[in-house]
Design a protein around this ligand. Sequence first.
Ligand code: URA
Length: 177
Amino acid sequence: MIPENNCSLCALCEFRTKIVMPDGNFDSNVVLVGEAPGENEDLTGRPFVGRSGKLLEKIMNAEGIKRSDVLITNTVKCRPPGNRDPTKEEMNACRPFLHYELSGKKVIVGLGRSACRDLIGYEGKMADIVNKEMTITVDGKEMVFIPAYHPAACIYSNESKAELRRTMNILKNKYLG
Ligand code: URA
């Protein structure tokens, strides 16, 4: 299930240039879920191509993972104005598309607070759950969920960067082979 080109299920449609659809390997067992498109993503229609995307790719590559090894998507497909967090209503409106993207996957990486809020209803500190693997049920199917730092949080924090690299190490060694 994918959004119509003229999707207006939530108010983000008023601000977007392009709907940002998933990118990477649709057949992968692993999906990385970010928060929402930023400016570069809104202009290009591709997730994680701006500053945090470049850092994400660098950290993935350092652990031997390519963009084409995983599916990369976001909780919402349109850019919130000023890059604010997507609201619960906006995430609810986009959830059917996200769940469609998650179907058949074995491992979901929730990049940052919004993804963890959307997928496991977590409202606490990321530091308390990062890299603690758990099992969640999505549309009746059990999947591994790994909470991870959002790459934007790693730009100025070497500690967070090291934890995100650990996330990628877990993926590479345990789930991507
Ligand atoms: N941040 C996100 O969460 N997603 C993107 O696609 C880009 C930046």
